[in-house]
Design a protein around this ligand. Sequence first.
Ligand code: SAM
Length: 208
Amino acid sequence: MTKKMNIVGIGPGDREYLTIGALETIENSDVLVGSKRSLEPFDYLDAQMVVLEPRDIPKTVKKAVSYLDDGFNVTILSTGDPGFSGMLKTMQKLSPKTKLNVIPGISSIQLASAKLQIPWDDANLITIHGGRAPTEKLLKELDENKKNIVLPNRHISELAEYLIDHGYSPEHEIIICEKLSYPDEQIVHVTLGEARQMEFGYMCIVVI
Ligand SMILES: C[S@@+](CC[C@H](N)C(=O)[O-])C[C@H]1O[C@@H](n2cnc3c(N)ncnc32)[C@H](O)[C@@H]1O
């Protein structure tokens, strides 16, 4: 019987948010595939580590599938949950015939909601991750009657500027959750005008 490719959500970062099921699957793998950040916590394991570089994703997925075809237990690590801007969509697109075993993880969106005490069944979940710049699609998706929990593209300052340029008040308050679960986590409440002048790293969730 053909093996299934595991796609495992490893949570937002800190090990306390890794589920037991995820850990068991990871520990039983011959090959682990993931970004440097997702592989690092498991470097104590003997598994073969395959680094997934953003520019090499199709090539690396092919390599992962060939390990699977050779009979190895292969696990793709996806930060947060694989189903939200994660590896699930990527695998379905790049290797539609590969059978998958998806193990959910705690998404950065969920952790942001918990920290800010936002019931996320009422929230508007949006991702512009991977996009080069905010576009009109974002403006259409934002709902002024709801908490919009946004997985942004690289630059928060650019997002703030875009919103101001498209009719949002510079006084409009947003919340930026950076590096959730890491020791240097920070959650800041700022206006769009302030956010336009600020620098944040790659790992942020923004509530608008
Ligand atoms: C490739 S996406 C993966 C999202 C992931 N599937 C999830 O459910 O959280 C990576 C983006 O998720 C967000 N992210 C992931 N981990 C985070 C964390 N610990 N704190 C804040 N944002 C995080 C950042 O916006 C980052 O650029």
